[in-house]
Design a binder for this molecule. Sequence first.
Ligand SMILES: CC(=O)SCCNC(=O)CCNC(=O)[C@H](O)C(C)(C)COP(=O)(O)OP(=O)(O)OC[C@H]1O[C@@H](n2cnc3c(N)ncnc32)[C@H](O)[C@@H]1OP(=O)(O)O
Length: 554
Amino acid sequence: MSTGCESGEVQMCHTVYPLHSNHLGELSAGQLLTWIDTTACLAAERHAGVACVTASVDDIQIEETARVGQQICIKARVNRAFNTSMEVGIKVAVADPLTNVQKHVCTAFSTYVAKPTGGKKVTLKPVRLQSPWDHLEYSLSAERRRIRLYHEDAFNNLMEDGLTFYDLDWEEDHNKISTDSTQVESIELVLPPHANHQGNAFGGQIMAWMETVANISASRLCKAHATLKSVDMFKFRGPATVGDRLVFRAIVNNTFQKSVEVGVRVEAYTCGEWTAGKARHINSAFLIYQAVSSKGELIQFPRVKATRKDSVRRFCGAIARRKIRVARKYILSNKPEKPVSHPWDKGNQSYLSYNNIAALTVLAAKSGWELSSTAQNIKTFTHDENDVLSIKVEMQVTVHPRPAYLLLSDLGLRPNWDTHYLSCEVIDATGEDDKIFHITCPPVKQNKSRDFIVLMSRRSPYKNGDPYVIAMRSVTLASHPPTAEYLRGEVQCAGFLIYSQGKDSCRVCYLNQLTSGIIPYIEENLTGWSNSIEETAFGCITFLETAQVYTTLL
Ligand SMILES: CC(=O)SCCNC(=O)CCNC(=O)[C@H](O)C(C)(C)COP(=O)(O)OP(=O)(O)OC[C@H]1O[C@@H](n2cnc3c(N)ncnc32)[C@H](O)[C@@H]1OP(=O)(O)O
């Protein structure tokens, strides 16, 4: 049932019946995508006053599963009209009628283009903004549009680097498996019930068919029932109409510990094109699945082999897309963050130093680090857990670990090799191993310069095999409150672990658990627009290898 409300919002509510669900009694992802697209399209048409087509659907993260008997409520409204296109924001919730408990299923953003009969372009009227929330979504939608329209370029940038930077041999080969058995092909004929009054196949129907083949492909790899976790952007390149034959091809591209990416390509043919073998490529999408064991635990996926040229492209493509997806999630999340700094006073100094070292050690020991690039002697990883994103950069350096430790813990030297640092001075210390620094960083995106008050705690190894540790976290100092000159940023947990690898070489791991104060500095790298992380790592290696000679004097 769909209704139109005063605010321009369109709502659709359904009870989940067995016909909407899979064999486990859970609402099928394909059905959910169909309802989302229908509601969003109706909101777009309500604003435009003419028929609209789906141009794209941004990444969707599915956070909750709905079951038979529960009620799904979808709300959609136009956030902003551009010229001929508009962004629709969609929120999906599930409610249990027996307990009255309501949960958030997902948030989605789709773009619709006004397409009246006859194909004339329509310039859309602006959206009436009423609440502060409307104003916020209005401004954010411009930023989302920028990312959406440059998605392909960002991906191509990452792919260029990926294919040159990625070292496919970095992992042992013996446990990797081929994805050949995950290839799935299926055909559908577009009939009137699958299309709108203009004969265009519904975007939601196409997405549902895509989900069906992708699900089969993922399940073949994990030998379990796969559940859709998120989708990468669906881009509708061209229309399909009643009478078209749609061919869907799916294959597993890559696996990431507890998830798998499946790529689906859709080609459309009229009857004549079918016989002549002339395909129209109308959509490609990438769907991420997870699978749960009989004990209710997430299944660890096997690593896959990329041997042929096309499988290497798909394998690296999945890594690049994951990178963009994770970056989008954090850059656009707009979640208020709790302050992470504690006051540095006499009563808690030893506790904060301990906490500083322990947090970095725990972060480094976490499982689930995903490789995002390899370049000669540098590897970068990301870790995404409970809405916290962390990065790790591993550098192989031909320096004894002790001089590396002394050089890296002297934060005053950091502006020599890290362009993210403008200045760094000691403002308080309890000894050589625990010091407070005032760090200033250059402005980004026309904002002011930022500053940070950071506790640096360093420890030499207690026994052979332990790393040298240099941990950093923000603290507050009454003598250094935020000033009008700088935006005060915070560091949650960052630093270096330095592992000995023989007499004159070591592995330096840099880790950072990202906060909203840090993300702007690496945003372009996360989304594939720059290699600033790798460039800084190169700078660090060069600095350590050339400066080590001076540390013999220390
Ligand atoms: C009823 C249904 O459910 S429709 C079913 C599924 N959808 C379809 O069949 C649509 C198939 N795709 C198409 O017909 C076309 O690709 C269109 C209409 C989406 C875009 O056509 P184009 O020739 O690229 O149009 P053009 O370049 O003029 O762009 C038109 C607008 O779409 C926007 N647009 C184009 N591609 C995208 C995209 N991938 N994501 C978001 N917006 C896009 C453009 O920015 C432009 O916006 P603006 O006018 O507000 O500045």
